[in-house]
Write a protein that binds this ligand. Structure first.
Ligand code: PRX
Length: 638
């Protein structure tokens, strides 16, 4: 994947004087301070938080292990809630929630504080203590945020599992995390349908002996089964709980959460984030990149099940006392203007969404946003994959009315907070480029040997506060996957243009990105070969005009009978059951043999050549080069 128009696009959008004048960051001072002394710079930024005890040392760096704000004590929930009490934020709306069927709820900071205190007490009553792991499997409802903050308050480590994941995926994550408790709901809503979350949770829990208690949020009111002694209604627990729960004093380096993400093997990795550094990153980037103001109505459309929902729904906006919108539902329910109706209704000022959504809106046509008043918007954001300049231009014109800067934010689950992005009052924008590393972020593009280049691997050469601290229970994988030549290896390719702008070129490994969902090709392959009739499978990603990338799988079945019609659908469903329906391959091609080297390595590169209609690369190392013709014929015929 790449941008052929890379150097040719000359349009640069400069921040308007009006925007700059009011912006949180108006000039390049932050960049200069960071360049002068990175550690001193981060120490100054860390003052944005309330600390119970100041740190003794800013950074302890024993590559590849970093400790930030060593000896400092704080609590993430305290920084999102308690410190706003007694200020003008106390009575301000923290969360506006709207459900797909139009239900509404509005919660002030004070109300959120009260509910979090009660739920924290409830968790304690169920035996949850500092360091315990709590899994969260909830739809986009305020209780998801309450659950995360309550864990943080008592020092429990949350691991949120996206509600689109299957029972099998939920089970794997709970087992790996050794979760002691699960917070779920009776169900969720999506496109008018009910998601059977509790049913899935029950199925998953059969194989998770560590979970002793399950908290169930009453949301859809659908009938569900409760296991007596194990399952508890959230509202009952809250009703009985004391109203105050003192926040636990956490070490800056105590774990805040584990979030599972896909890598290049079949097994997702539990990315570990700690308290102090993570919160400094999430809080400050919200101020710089989203230009957070007390008057904003902010809307990040990401689910709390992904890192974006952690840093830019739960922690960053609340630490900054922002008012934000949460929407549980689809963008085309009941009609294709639902997002624009929401913006009009609540006067949203900042919208943060994904390129795949923008391309879908483009396909639906500008008549949908045109019918709504979007004049409240002042800033737009994009995340998850490179935004192609056409989508950028459409977003800018039809959603932003030509007046809103677009912050194209590059970052990862592992980086914890935004790394490369415009700062809207300062950075001249080039559509399709994430522009420059943020202050304090030492991003470098290098070759295999670690030498600086204008095109190559994107790396981060110095530690930063919100960086991952490890892979849960797998230090070897942390060291091997992420660290090369003393630098953090992102797995992304990038280019620098003549003005020093960074252009992200997509992954250089077997990680793919379908509609902003990160997946490993190996994960899909493991799900396919898990089917009793599959002998071998190779999954590849090919470019897709809306989803960014889409999955094509090549499968060799075990039995002839498996070629029967309907088998393709059955296999797709199997992948949905193992991972989640967002991981379903778009096409499955059944073949007799995969292109393999003499040592048995599957040459996915050659499959990509076929799928993208290119002349196949070097096939001389193949054990049987004739398979290429057969696969090609099969690919074209299907
Ligand atoms: O390939 C990059 C792409 O998404 C990957 C990270 O995925 P995940 O950990 O799920 O986090 C997504 C949300 C932060 C990256 O390695 N990516 C993310 N944002 C961008 C991007 N690629 C290009 N431009 C972006 N703005």
């Amino acid at each position: 994947m790449g941008f052929s128009f890379f150097y040719t696009l000359a349009i640069v959008f400069f921040p308007s004087e009006d925007f700059r004048k009011e912006a949180n960051v108006k000039n390049s001072t932050l960049f200069e301070e960071a360049a002068q002394d990175r550690e001193a710079f981060w120490a100054k930024q860390a003052e944005c938080l309330d600390w119970f005890k100041p740190w003794d040392q800013v950074l302890d760096w024993k590559p590849p292990y970093a400790k930030w704000f060593v000896g400092g004590k704080l609590n993430a929930c305290y920084n999102c809630l308690d410190r706003h009490m007694g200020t003008s934020t106390q009575n301000k709306t923290a969360l506006i929630w709207e459900g797909e069927r139009g239900e509404e709820k509005s919660i002030t900071y004070e109300e959120l504080y009260a509910e979090v205190n009660q739920f924290s007490q409830a968790l304690k009553k169920l035996g949850i203590r500092k360091g315990d792991k709590v899994a969260i499997y909830l739809p986009m409802i305020p209780e998801a945020v309450v659950a995360m903050l309550s864990c943080a308050r008592i020092g429990a480590v949350h691991t949120v599992v996206f509600a689109g994941f299957s029972a099998e995926s939920l089970k794997d994550r709970m087992v790996d995390a050794e979760a002691k408790l699960l917070i779920t709901a009776d169900g969720g809503f999506r496109k008018g349908k009910l998601l059977p979350l509790k049913e899935m949770a029950d199925q998953a829990l059969k194989a998770v002996p560590t979970v002793q208690n399950v908290v169930v949020v009453r949301h859809t009111q659908q009938p569900i089964a409760l296991t007596s002694g194990r399952d508890h209604w959230y509202d009952h627990l809250i009703g009985e709980a004391p109203t105050e729960c003192p926040p636990e004093s956490m070490d800056a380096e105590d774990e805040l959460f584990i979030l599972y993400t896909s890598g290049t093997t079949g097994k997702p990795k539990g990315i570990v984030h700690t308290t102090g550094g993570y919160l400094v990153g999430a809080t400050m980037t919200t101020q710089w990149v989203f230009d957070a103001k007390p008057s904003d109505i902010y809307w990040c459309t990401a689910d709390v099940g992904w890192i974006t929902g952690h840093s830019y729904v739960a922690y960053g906006p609340l630490a900054n006392g922002m008012t934000q919108l949460l929407y549980e539902g689809a963008p085309d329910f009941p009609e294709r203007n639902r997002f624009w109706k929401l913006i009009e209704k609540y006067g949203v000022t900042i919208l943060y969404t994904a390129p795949t959504a923008i391309r879908t809106f483009m396909k639906w046509g500008e008549e949908w946003p045109q019918g709504c008043d979007l004049s409240s918007l002042r800033l737009l954001g994009s995340v998850g994959e490179p935004i192609n300049p056409e989508a950028w231009a459409w977003y800018h014109q039809h959603i932003g009315g030509g007046r809103c800067p677009i912050v194209d934010t590059w970052w990862q689950t592992e980086t914890g907070s935004i790394m490369i992005s415009p700062i809207p009052g300062v950075t001249p924008l080039k559509p399709g480029s994430a522009t420059f590393p943020l202050p304090g972020i030492d991003a470098k593009i290098v070759d295999e040997a670690g030498q600086p280049q204008t095109s190559g691997y994107l790396t981060i050469a110095s530690p930063w506060p919100s960086m991952l601290r490890g892979v849960h229970r797998d230090p070897a994988r942390y060291e091997k996957t992420y660290w090369k030549n003393g630098s953090y290896f992102t797995g992304d390719g990038a280019k620098l243009d003549e003005d020093g702008y960074f252009w992200l070129m997509g992954r250089v490994d077997d990680v793919i990105n379908v509609s902003g969902h990160r997946l490993g090709t190996m994960e899909i392959e493991s799900a396919l070969v898990d089917h009793r009739s599959v002998a071998e499978a190779a999954a590849i990603a090919i470019p897709h005009p809306i989803k960014g990338q889409t999955i094509v799988a090549f499968v060799t079945p075990k039995e002839k009978a498996s070629f029967q019609p309907g088998f393709e659908e059955e296999l797709k469903l199997h992948v949905a059951q193992i991972i989640g329906s967002f991981a379903k391959p778009e096409r499955i091609i059944f073949i007799n043999d995969l292109p393999k080297t003499r040592s048995g390595k599957i040459m996915r590169r050659l499959l990509r050549d076929i799928a993208e209609g290119r002349v196949a690369g070097d096939t001389t190392t193949l054990a049987d080069p004739s398979v290429m013709e057969q696969i090609k014929a099969k690919y074209q015929e299907d």
